[in-house]
Design a protein around this ligand. Structure first.
Ligand code: HEM
Length: 137
């Protein structure tokens, strides 16, 4: 699941920042990002975050955000399978809102051309070089 957890973090951060908004389900006030075309049936790892959150809550209730858990899970997943590690600053607050429209409009699509992809990343202050590095295998 290592790759999936990295993608989960990426798709969380691209929409409203790294605020765990991707984890929120449909409700009367929320249109879940999970059903945006870029996420629907291809994002995996929700249950791993749920499990980690439940374990953390047992030891340290109502302190650690899901957004921090998603960020740490991505880093630890990378390191666990021999990929790079990086330091993760903590203190992200969990969002109480999600934005399906923003997910649909901002996340890269497999049909995008290079120009569109570069523009999507530049909207998040990421360069073409950043995009290539982040997408690398
Ligand atoms: C540059 C534009 C990008 C496009 C168009 C794109 C698109 C996609 C698509 C279509 C998939 C397959 C989803 C499926 O299983 O059906 C995928 C998987 C994946 N993407 Fe991207 N992606 C992009 C950038 C990135 C970046 C920057 C990262 C890392 C930060 C990333 C990480 C991944 C990973 C890890 C998977 C495999 C997930 C899994 O197996 O569960 N992608 N991507």
């Amino acid at each position: 699941m290592a790759a999936s957890l990295i993608r989960l973090h990426f798709h969380d951060c691209f929409v409203q920042g790294c605020d765990a908004s991707i984890l929120l389900d449909d409700s009367s006030s929320i249109e879940s990002e999970k059903t945006a075309i870029q996420n629907d049936k291809s994002i995996r790892g929700y249950e791993i975050i749920d499990k980690a959150k439940a374990e953390v809550e047992k030891i340290c209730p109502e302190i650690v955000s899901c957004a921090d858990i998603v960020a740490i899970a991505a880093r630890d997943a990378s390191f666990a399978v021999g990929g790079p590690s990086w330091s993760v600053k903590l203190g992200r607050r969990d969002s109480t809102t999600a934005n399906k429209n923003l997910a649909t409009s901002d996340l890269p699509l497999f049909t995008d051309n290079l120009e569109t992809l570069i523009s999507r990343f530049s909207k998040k202050q990421l360069s073409a070089r950043d995009m290539v590095a982040l997408s690398g295998k």
